[in-house]
Design a protein around this ligand. Sequence first.
Ligand SMILES: Nc1nc2c(c(=O)[nH]1)N[C@H]1C(S)=C(S)[C@@H](COP(=O)(O)O)O[C@H]1N2
Ligand SMILES: [Mo]
Length: 585
Amino acid sequence: MTTSATTGPGVTARTREGWAAAAGITAVGTAVVLGEIAATLISPSVSPMTAVGGAVIDAVPPGVKDWAVSLFGTADKVALLAGMALVIAGLAALAGVVEARRRFAGVALIAVFGLAGVAAVLGRAAATAYAPAVPVAVALAAVLLLRWLLRRLQDWAPENWAQETDAARAPDARAPVADQGEWAGPNRPDLPAGHEPAGHEPSEHGYAGNGQPMPPARPAAALPPAAAPPARRRFVQALGGTAVAGALGGVLAGTLRGSAAAVTEGRSKLVLPAAKSPAPAIPAGASIALDGLEPLVTPNADFYRIDTALRVPLIDPDKWALKVTGLVDREIELDFAALLAKPMTERHVTIACVSNQVGGDLIGNARWLGWPVRELLAMAGPKPGADMVLSRSTDGWTAGTPLEALTDSRDAMLAVGMNGEPLPLEHGFPARLIVPGLYGYVSATKWVTELKVTRFADDKGYWTPRGWSERGPIKISSRIDVPRNGARPGAGTVVFGGTAWAQPTGVGAVDLRIDGGPWRSVELAPGISKDTWYQWKLGAVLGPGQHEVQVRATDLNGVVQVEGHAPVAPDGATGYHTIRVDVKS
Ligand SMILES: Nc1nc2c(c(=O)[nH]1)N[C@H]1C(S)=C(S)[C@@H](COP(=O)(O)O)O[C@H]1N2
Ligand SMILES: [Mo]
């Protein structure tokens, strides 16, 4: 022997492990992609990935504010999926490495995570009967792919080779191998591709596996460059082929998800009925023209989005139905055509998230078209003793709303339209609840499919056991939009502007306080209604230097916004929005 590069596969134990890890990632990754495709076909709203992600979201420790805020859904879905992909890749690499060392060790690891996948799917309310089969199939596919790839790896770089040759190597023979690194040389340099003698056919048994002595050697430098040996090439081809199949599968999965396209198209063709009770006209002057002020009516595309849905539920309106169940005289089932045929009401309502910080932007105002829930519940006839309606989304999410808020004179509705369009998919298409005066988590169920009339003593909405209050009336609040915190306006008159809200009572006054001085009343624009936010502005002459500016609202009953700070959990933030400006001299 001259160098080990010519007597063995030319891989070190470490390199072999690296390839085993790559085999694990490729096998598991491809299997997961296949699972997403299968799920799209048999269980569109629950795939193994979304089920596990959903389980992670649901498992958030109650009362952990930062977690809760992000997991109320503010755009962290992509981060969660990316994090999951990283964790899965790590575990898959580990499965590859341990399986290459010890047969079935990686298989066992994959099986455990397959079972975890089954448990996650079973925990999803929207799972179909076949959904749990998907993670089983994913685990099986991952195991088969991994075994297949590792057999190829074994053919190229037999398990014991590295240790054996390390031990057998003469000290002076080691240096050149190390210098040549990972691609120190192909394993059978003496034979061009396709000319292996039968006894040394590497594909199914491997050199070490069949006990054949290694063939005679030739120095690595003398190798013809194109003579990639079959065993290595087969492994790399198998690995690359699987990876390509996985990538193509990913594209296919995305295309299949394009069934979203079908729902999107159905949505765009939908013609909403005219409102029997149209929205009152927006009063002149309700909208203040001031650069930087948020628009009085929030465009759909800019409307904040909060939900636990990793994937927007895709509901074909022709298959949608709403059931009214529970403590009622008559259960009701209503399909979409029947809903559209009801006398519709259209109103501007400002909805807000309980996770909205003082000064935050988890709030928006839209013109909603819908059927008053009051009329629906009157048809069902709530039984005495009922005090709550548990509304359920197609994905299992629930909100517990006081029965009173759905039956009193306020405009609670089963909404189908938002700003003159069918509900956008991410805002609840085809139907959702909108209840003036209540935070979204106890009222605004999107993709709603069931209203269960019940009692607070018997049922809990999704967030209540997770550290959020059973009841969630929106707290009176106000916000300074202009100028931005930290702005550097020029000296002279600085124009402040913003919004204030006190649904369903309505805003009576807004005051501004500069540098802890007296409260000054601002110019308050007329609201569209008591259920919407109001715009305000005030010009103030400020001298050069730093100034602290605060705002507070008072409702039409004279109740003043709470000054003391409260965090968003358990029932909404309080405190005065405070900004600092640095007036230029
Ligand atoms: N199905 C479903 N509906 C839901 C939620 C959810 O997680 N799932 N979140 C609620 C919360 S917390 C809020 S604040 C509002 C937000 O509605 P939007 O996304 O249309 O702004 O939706 C509510 N409806
Ligand atoms: Mo919310």
